[in-house]
Design a protein around this ligand. Structure first.
Ligand SMILES: N[C@@H](CCC[C@H](N)C(=O)O)C(=O)O
Length: 301
């Protein structure tokens, strides 16, 4: 079935993780064909539902990109950015996805697994009242890659050196004096050299707040400025740790950074083996149906 032939209303939920918000579309059998244009219409904050991205919930066995993970994780997170583009990974998305699985009865407090384009992610859902009223959700994000590229980012007439961190998706992390220096971030910051990021990049601006405590803003590839970015917070914590000369692999001790974002707080822990955990709130706030005309692009403008 394609979005053009969709005739029945489509069920959706709305959720967010530290205000990184998503339209969740349950599609267990993978029959919906969400075109990039349909995703962009759903994410439109005035003419659609509104969101930084889409989480389509598909059985791994029913999705060609996820079939090979079906033994490990029953459910595949088909994540798209607000402009309809596909990204390799979305950290907050995994946490909100797990909250949806819990609400739908597909997961419980404790451990679960989510298949993503970045591989299977292990998730821990804490019991209600742990960290946040619904219970914090922790996702094991895997290891960061930190290539030694010399990167520069620029916005509003200012430029900064940045650290290239890859969390499955690409990031450029710049330490700045004041988060206001990043301006309104309505336009994408420029970055270079372009060859380092052939598929675009998420750009983080960071200031120190205290010992192992930072605050950040982010301009996300495909979504613009968002109020939180999970992979971005991990990239920032890794960049801050390297800058601070902190290396859990060398000391054998996990290191945690508190990362404040406009939409809330995430705690990022790097373990001696390089594995990174991200913890924070994840909530579902609404549920409803989408008119077929919105998906088909035949709704009035
Ligand atoms: N908000 C996400 C990241 C979503 C993908 C990103 N915009 C990209 O294109 O890489 C997160 O929480 O990690």
């Amino acid at each position: 079935m394609t979005s053009a032939t969709q005739t029945q209303p489509v069920r959706f939920l709305k959720g967010h993780g530290t205000e990184n918000d998503f339209v969740i579309v349950p599609d267990p059998d993978g029959v919906l064909d969400l075109s990039p244009a349909a995703v962009a219409r759903l994410c439109d904050r005035r003419a659609g539902i509104g969101g930084d991205g889409i989480l389509r919930v598909v059985r791994s066995a029913a999705h060609p990109e996820a079939r090979h993970m079906a033994d490990e994780a029953e459910w595949f997170m088909d994540y798209r950015n607000a402009d309809g583009s596909v990204a390799e990974m979305c950290g907050n998305g995994v946490r909100v996805f797990a909250r949806y699985l819990q609400r739908a009865g597909h997961a419980r407090v404790g451990e679960c697994a989510v298949a993503t384009r970045g591989g299977v992610k292990r998730v821990h859902i804490a019991k209600a009242g742990t960290g946040s009223p619904e219970g914090d959700v922790t996702v094991s994000m895997g290891r960061a890659r930190t290539p030694d590229d010399e990167v520069t980012v620029a916005v509003g007439g200012r430029s900064w050196p940045a650290r290239h961190v890859n969390m499955g998706n690409p990031h450029a992390v710049a330490f700045v004096e004041d988060l206001a220096h990043a301006g309104d971030l309505l336009t994408e910051p420029s970055y270079g050299p372009a060859s380092v990021y052939p598929d675009g990049v998420n750009v983080e601006f960071v200031v120190d707040r205290g010992e192992r405590h930072v605050a950040m803003r982010v301009h996300e590839r495909g979504s613009g400025e968002t109020r939180s970015c999970g992979t971005g917070a991990c990239a920032v914590a890794v960049a801050a740790a390297r800058r601070d000369g902190t290396d859990p692999a060398a000391t054998g001790t996990p290191v945690s950074y508190t990362v404040d974002l406009p939409g809330g707080r995430l705690v990022i822990t790097e373990h001696p083996d390089g594995a990174i955990d991200m913890t924070g709130a994840a909530v579902i706030v609404a549920e409803g149906t989408v008119e077929p005309a919105l998906l088909a692009g035949t709704a009035a403008d």
